[in-house]
Design a protein around this ligand. Structure first.
Ligand SMILES: NC(=O)c1ccc[n+]([C@@H]2O[C@H](COP(=O)([O-])OP(=O)(O)OC[C@H]3O[C@@H](n4cnc5c(N)ncnc54)[C@H](OP(=O)(O)O)[C@@H]3O)[C@@H](O)[C@H]2O)c1
Length: 326
């Protein structure tokens, strides 16, 4: 059995999922590279990751499942029960009658009996169809928040998802789900890092017992196409990293952890995977935290990137697609 780093865990309020490890490995990587994903997940399990994030859209469910099966076969894992696995319902599947079949497909890809957490990927519904993007703006349809959430609740009741939640939801979208919910969302996974701190959303979620998970904790993979990265290129973070003898990535991940937020961080490199888990047992100082609180804020991932740039939205209120916190 490989020795594993002790990673703190957070109990989710609703559902029967095992507690969520405070750092998870992200698997979004485009174009999809199944072999690289499988190898990276095996490396991650070896260095101590027990929390994995995938999505129907990433096409990494199958290689993640293959890696977990192999890890169990070769003794790196005792059983799948040791893991916390999240996947997500894509926008074309955000229709009440498509939720359960989509989860079943996800479980088949993963070769698993259940997910620890199933998330609505975006507060955006697209006409049913292939899992591709960008889509035409005309493909957006009104989101049936109540109907889709009821179907998510059914997934939890059936034991196919031990907890359910959302992703990219603003307080406005959460208001609508919470008003309809008998099982409130356990998690909201959003872009969050020192350059997009999400103070309003974090306070809202803390008040309502919704745990926040951070995607793109290191600034993401050039999702806006600008070629710059507000986290890894931050001079403020570089100064703190130098003073603490840590990397910029470790400072960003440590700051997220200190906010009570779970990081979902992607690396397919074993050394960086190890580094990203090594953020416990030391602290930032009050001065570091003050400097980080003053970093200029900029959102990188927007819902508009899901759509081709031509044409107008014809069937939905564009405000519904606005995922920047008001
Ligand atoms: N819910 C959503 O809508 C949504 C959206 C985006 C992402 N996500 C999830 O969140 C995960 C993470 O977010 P992300 O992929 O956008 O980006 P990220 O984790 O912020 O950054 C990943 C980039 O940083 C590099 N990196 C990783 N560790 C590093 C280190 N220690 N030092 C320097 N560079 C490092 C990685 O390259 P190497 O692989 O070469 O190390 C990768 O290119 C995704 O994989 C996905 O699972 C969810």
């Amino acid at each position: 059995m490989a020795s594993t780093t002790a990673v703190p865990e957070v109990a989710l309020r609703s559902g029967s999922a095992r507690p969520m490890p405070a750092v998870g490995m992200g698997t979004a990587s485009f174009p999809p590279a199944p072999g690289a994903t499988k190898d990276a997940v095996l490396a991650a399990i070896e260095v101590g990751y027990r929390h994995f994030d995938t999505a129907a859209m990433y096409r990494t469910e199958r290689p993640l499942g293959d890696a977990v099966a192999e890890a169990a076969r070769c003794g790196l894992l005792r059983s799948r029960e040791e893991l916390f696995v999240t996947s997500k319902l894509w926008c074309t599947q955000c229709h009440p009658d498509l939720v359960l079949p989509s989860l079943r497909e996800t479980l088949k890809n993963l070769q698993m009996e259940y997910l620890d957490l199933y998330l609505i990927h975006w507060p955006v519904a697209l006409k049913p169809g292939p899992l591709t993007f960008p889509k035409r703006k005309e493909d957006a349809v009104p989101f049936d928040f109540e109907g889709v959430w009821r179907a998510m609740e059914e997934c939890q009741r059936l034991g196919l998802a031990r907890a359910i939640g959302v992703s990219n939801f603003t307080t406005r979208h959460l208001d609508r789900v919470l008003a309809a919910a008998t099982i409130p969302p356990a998690v909201n996974q959003v872009e969050l890092n020192p350059a997009w701190q999400q103070r309003t959303l974090r306070a809202y979620c803390a008040d309502r017992g919704v745990h926040v998970a951070a995607y793109s904790p290191l600034g993401g993979q050039n999702w806006d196409g600008t070629g710059s990265n507000a986290v890894l290129e931050s001079e403020v973070l570089a100064g703190i990293a130098k003073a603490r003898g840590k990397s910029v990535a470790q400072v960003a991940l440590r700051w997220i952890y200190e906010q009570g937020v779970t990081s979902i961080v992607k690396s397919y490199n074993k050394e960086r995977l190890r580094q990203n888990l090594d953020i416990f047992g030391w602290e930032l100082t009050d001065e570091d935290r003050l400097k980080i609180s003053q970093i200029p804020q900029k959102k990188t991932v927007t819902a508009w990137g899901l759509f081709s740039q031509e044409g107008e939205f014809t069937s939905v209120d564009p405000a519904d697609l606005d995922i920047v916190e008001p």
